[in-house]
Design a protein around this ligand. Structure first.
Ligand code: F1P
Length: 346
């Protein structure tokens, strides 16, 4: 994260510098719409991007799996900016989707990790994550790098367009620079996370719930558990639970609730009560000092307080670690999960 932010943000002076973006700032900030495309974890980063861009910069965003976009006939024009998100920069579906967007005249922007990769070469402009290569196959630090970069872009555009106050802009960029220290505090809860992993390791299924910015985090938490520990897991917006997934809840179902949002807090509390009433095991991720959810949940893990738009950067690290320990306890190879490829080039 520090590498991703290095030289790009100065909280004291209140600036963000993103080479690829600044050169095209007036074009990009006039876009009628952003379309974010990616696969797997990168698609989840795009979803967080949607929340950030719409919330802060007030530009409409659509997010689509590149693997679906390429096989339909999407409405795209020269008024759109298509943002391709990819760790490897070589994913075949994302490249094919970009070619379609290019034919239709869209401006293509890359958010990639690999310098000189095929996606970087296909796009008109872009920003590198600078997270360094992933050692394992499953994307982890690339994800936090992607989200950091999308946060910087959203803040830059919001400031450029005047859609947030100077005071809030300053507050968010100051808070962003504090995130690496706060992540250290999350990592200090290692023993507690291991303890919870021991609870999950023999389960067949898991449900992840989150609201607002934490909904894509729930999706990513579930994907990470599937990818490296082979436990079936699904993420849902917390409010969707009553529209179907609630039928799955019984004493065998662990439900991981990411409950760090101050807004809609009461609603999350009632979601947790609904799970407890059906004997589900609740593992709640809560803000530091919370004493309401910790009284009802079976397990709670605290994360330091931060602004809502930045909370995914803290909560996802914890979920990555939970998947990691669960996988290790199940004897899975976390660096080389079965059936997965580092870059899916076909
Ligand atoms: C996309 C992706 C990863 C996943 C796995 C397969 O790759 O779905 O999110 O962890 O490695 O590929 P990329 O386009 O981000 O390189």
């Amino acid at each position: 994260l520090r590498d991703c932010m290095r030289g790009r943000i100065n909280a004291d002076e209140g600036w963000i510098r993103l080479g690829g973006l600044e050169d095209y700032a007036s074009k990009i900030s006039k876009a009628k719409r952003f379309v974010m495309i990616g696969c797997g974890t990168s698609w989840h980063a795009g979803l967080i991007g949607e929340y950030l861009f719409e919330d802060l910069a007030r530009i409409p965003v659509e997010v689509e799996y590149a693997s679906e976009f390429r096989y339909r006939n999407p409405v795209i024009s020269e008024k759109d900016v298509v943002i391709a998100i990819s760790q490897s920069g070589e994913t075949a579906d994302t490249l094919a989707a970009l070619e379609i967007a290019k034919e239709k005249g869209a401006f293509l922007y890359g958010v990639v990790n690999s310098v000189g990769s095929s996606i970087a070469r296909t796009t008109h402009a872009g920003s590198y994550i600078h997270a360094g290569p992933e050692i394992g196959v499953a994307s982890t630090k690339a994800f936090t790098g992607q989200v950091t970069l999308l946060t910087l872009m959203a803040l830059y555009l919001a400031h450029h367009r005047g859609t947030i106050s100077e005071q809030y802009y300053r507050k968010l960029i100051t808070e962003l620079t504090l995130i690496p220290e706060k992540i250290k505090k999350v990592l200090q809860q290692d023993d507690k996370i291991k303890y919870i992993a021991a609870e999950i390791k023999d389960r067949q299924n898991a449900i992840y719930l989150g609201r607002g910015y934490n909904f894509p985090v729930a999706l990513e938490g579930a994907l990470k558990l599937k990818e490296i520990s082979y436990i079936h897991a699904e993420g849902y917006p917390a409010a969707e639970m009553k529209h179907g997934p609630i039928a799955l809840i019984d004493e065998n179902m662990p439900v991981i609730v990411i409950a760090t949002n101050r807004s809609a807090y009461d609603k999350i509390v009632s979601n947790i009560q609904e799970v407890k009433a059906r004997k589900g095991t609740v593992i709640a991720v809560v803000p530091e000092g919370d004493d309401t959810i910790s009284r009802i949940a079976d397990y709670t893990i605290e994360i330091p307080e931060t602004e809502d738009p930045l909370s995914p950067l803290l909560s996802v690290i914890l979920l990555q670690l939970l998947s990691y320990y669960t996988a290790v306890m199940r004897g899975c190879n976390v660096d080389q999960p079965r059936n997965l490829a580092k870059s899916v080039t076909v």
